[in-house]
Design a protein around this ligand. Structure first.
Ligand SMILES: Nc1nc2c(ncn2[C@@H]2O[C@H](COP(=O)(O)OP(=O)(O)OP(=O)(O)O)[C@@H](O)[C@H]2O)c(=O)[nH]1
Ligand SMILES: [Mg+2]
Length: 300
């Protein structure tokens, strides 16, 4: 069989996680319209008739503003190392910026075969697409490791089957790395915390989503449902009121939407108990980032 690891890389918000869900034909990783949604590496396992493709979701590579951001970028850059193939996503609507050119340089130096993927063609103009192509090729020229180029829409699915065919074509003959029934390499508690965090990203704005972390503290199978207790970390006392909302409306909404997604994931009824905790400036604190939010393994 064909098998291998395919890292999906690019700056924040280019559609990396959306593309992975589209190729997986189900929602596995979380998505939002805000940059820096993905914070960890997540391996998503796609089994086809004669291939196993491990799609590696990565945080967007950007110029970090705090310790947590530095770790996210480190995780993303580390996640490229030793992979069989890279999908390098760019967004022609947002134009090609310094961060795209930096990622292009990292990719060029890696020498890993790379497919250049121009995403969001459903909304980009032909001029925007042409300009993006030309700009990125100032770094990734003919002599670089770009083996193919695709113009796609992760949102509408345009050209995705062709892209998938090319990915399989490029992968080597290899073993089945993961059991067939496994969808990701992350534990259930992590996937649940991500679904809660996604709702916070959807429902809040400005600095709130980025100041938030979610940790699942308990998952207990009860007679007729699964009891889940999770803590939402925020950085300042003043943010607590926003997450809880007037008469508790915001936290109720986060809980209700997250519960629906978690019930789909577990295929069971869920009672979701959410608590909000102030962890003063957690994004600057190694001990919380490493131990509580669990980045330790990713950074090694
Ligand atoms: N129009 C359009 N929007 C898209 C497409 N793909 C993704 N998006 C939107 O782009 C935004 C970001 O998508 P994500 O998949 O979260 O992007 P990401 O690259 O994983 O972002 P980070 O995790 O922050 O690095 C969302 O609002 C998506 O709906 C596309 O093909 N067309
Ligand atoms: Mg993402």
């Amino acid at each position: 069989m064909k098998s291998g690891f395919v890292a999906v890389a690019g700056k924040p918000n280019v559609g990396k996680s959306t593309l992975i869900n589209a190729l997986m034909k189900r929602k596995v990783v979380i998505v939002s319209d805000k940059p820096q949604t993905t914070r960890n590496r997540v391996n998503c396992i796609l089994n086809t008739q004669d291939a196993q493709i491990v799609l590696v979701d990565t945080p967007g590579i950007h110029k970090p503003l705090h310790k947590f951001g530095e770790y996210m970028v480190k995780i993303a850059v580390n996640a490229l190392k030793g992979q069989d193939l890279i999908l390098f996503l760019i967004d022609p609507i947002d134009k090609i910026r310094e961060s795209d050119l930096n990622i292009a340089k990292i990719i060029k130096e890696s020498k890993i075969p790379t497919i250049l993927v121009i995403n969001k063609i459903d909304s980009a103009t032909p001029e925007q697409i042409k300009e993006a192509e030309e700009r990125i090729k100032t770094v990734l020229d003919k002599n670089s490791n770009i083996i193919a180029e695709f113009k796609i829409s992760a949102l509408t699915g345009e050209n995705l089957s062709e892209l998938l065919e090319k990915i399989i074509d490029t992968l080597p003959e290899g073993p089945q790395y993961y059991p067939e029934d496994m969808t990701t390499d992350r534990p259930l508690a992590f996937m649940i915390s991500e679904l809660i965090r996604e709702k916070i990203f959807h429902l809040t704005s400005e600095e709130i989503p980025h100041s938030t972390a979610v940790v699942v503290e308990e998952i207990t199978n009860k007679e007729d449902l699964v009891y889940i207790r999770a803590e939402i970390y925020i950085e300042r006392q003043s943010q607590k009121g926003i997450i809880i909302g007037q008469k508790g409306r915001m936290i109720k909404k986060i809980g209700m939407l997250a519960r629906k997604d978690i019930e789909m994931l577990l295929d069971d009824r869920v009672y979701l108990d959410l608590y909000v905790k102030v962890k003063d400036k957690w994004r600057q604190k190694d001990s919380i980032i490493m131990n509580t939010i669990g980045l330790k393994n990713d950074l090694q």
